[in-house]
Design a protein around this ligand. Structure first.
Ligand code: KG4
Ligand code: ZN
Length: 357
């Protein structure tokens, strides 16, 4: 089965052709990041307009690189939730038009399910690190940390009903915290990659007073990142923006606190669930500090860690095509009146806005 996946939920216009075995035949991602950079975050109206400009050429390119036309497809998958409503609509209209014109089945995909299954994508020359096993088996515990979402899931299978949220952030997503702190420090957008780079040569202990450790109730699997951002804001208000080594130190302290919380809670979740496999997903999975500390923590506890290649961690159409292919293979389809939803279909256990736990 060969399925086209279309993703426009946020600030990437993406399309890919993937088989139900997870082989990526093409994967085209057009980022809008430069358009949103002047605003320090994604502007929904700009996102929707740019998706409308880009979606047809991106889909054409994905088909061309796979050496196919729409007639060769077995179905069309599209992100239908969660995301920005106007942005989702653009991809969904394109998917519906193509599915209708080519007479192919349509399936909507929950973006978070796409991320949680992206570990099964097979890309030439991009093995999973650091695990020796080629692919995880179910069940696994997944940490999904991106600019829009941060949560820990237990994944017993690919269906929505087999995926359970164990804990999520009560306020900002981890990537959002990186982006907001980078903005405070004058480092541009998106903040994660530059903070990651500066932190590599910083001394977290030297800036410890600016960034208190994230106070967390021992048993909780929930996150809160707004307090740490406020601490950095107060530090900058009092002392001005740090420069030189002090900037590196502050980045190291901030990143260290965020990474510690992500690692501790993910490992705690795996142990509490009696699950032996841990999977990372989302753009923050690119963070070198997170990869290193998660690898060390998993190794100490005898957990197998699976970190997909970066192209599978950040938003992409391949994960949508793959999750859609599994739905199609299970005989599921959606009608052409499928509507976008801003919320995930996965049941949530974490109440937003509750502060630190
Ligand atoms: O998954 P993604 O591409 O898009 C969504 O948000 O869905 O994730 C983007 C986020 C941004 O917040 C960016 O700052 C963060 O991932 N990010 C990183 C790194 N690379 C990207 N955060 C920390 N360290 C990185 N190396
Ligand atoms: Zn995403």
């Amino acid at each position: 089965m060969r399925v086209l996946g279309i993703e426009t939920s946020c600030d990437e216009t993406a399309a890919a052709v993937v088989t139900e075995g997870g082989d990526v035949l093409s994967d085209v991602v057009r980022s809008q990041v430069a358009l949103h950079a002047p605003y320090g975050g994604v502007v929904p109206e700009i996102a929707a307009r740019d998706h409308a400009r880009a979606v047809v050429p991106v889909v054409r390119e994905a088909l061309a690189r796979a050496g196919m036309t729409a007639a060769d497809l077995d179905g069309v998958a599209v992100t239908s939730r969660p995301g920005l409503a106007g942005a989702l609509l653009v991809g969904m209209q394109a998917a519906k038009g193509l599915a209708w014109a080519a007479g192919k089945p349509l399936v909507g995909v929950d973006h978070l399910v796409g991320h949680l299954l992206a570990v099964f994508l097979r890309r030439d020359g991009a093995p999973l690190l650091p695990s020796p096993e080629p692919r995880p088996s179910f069940p696994y515990v997944a940490l999904l940390a991106s600019g829009g979402h941060t949560a820990i899931y237990r994944v017993d299978g690919p269906a929505i009903g087999a995926i359970r949220e164990l804990g999520a952030t009560r306020d900002d997503a981890a990537g959002e915290a990186f982006d907001k702190v980078a903005k405070l420090l004058g480092l541009g957008y998106p903040g994660g990659p530059v903070v990651d780079r500066l932190a590599a040569t910083g001394d977290a202990a030297a800036a410890a007073e600016a960034v208190p450790a994230l106070m967390a109730r021992k048993e909780s699997l929930e996150f809160s990142f707004s307090g740490i951002k406020s601490s950095v804001a107060r530090h900058v208000a009092r002392r001005g923006r740090p420069e030189g080594q002090a900037l590196h130190d502050l980045c190291a302290a901030f990143q260290g606190a965020v990474v510690d919380a992500l690692v501790q809670k993910t490992v705690r979740a795996a142990r509490a669930e009696g699950v032996e496999r841990v999977v990372l997903g989302g753009g923050v999975a690119a963070n070198r500090g997170l990869r290193a500390r998660m690898a060390a923590a998993c190794e100490r506890r005898g957990l197998a860690l699976f970190v997909p290649p970066f192209a599978s961690c950040t938003d992409n159409g391949a994960m949508i095509a793959y999750a859609g292919a599994l739905r199609l293979a299970a005989g599921e389809r959606d009608a052409l009146d499928l509507a976008p939803e801003t919320r995930t279909a996965l049941p949530r256990v974490t109440r937003k806005g509750g502060g630190v736990r």
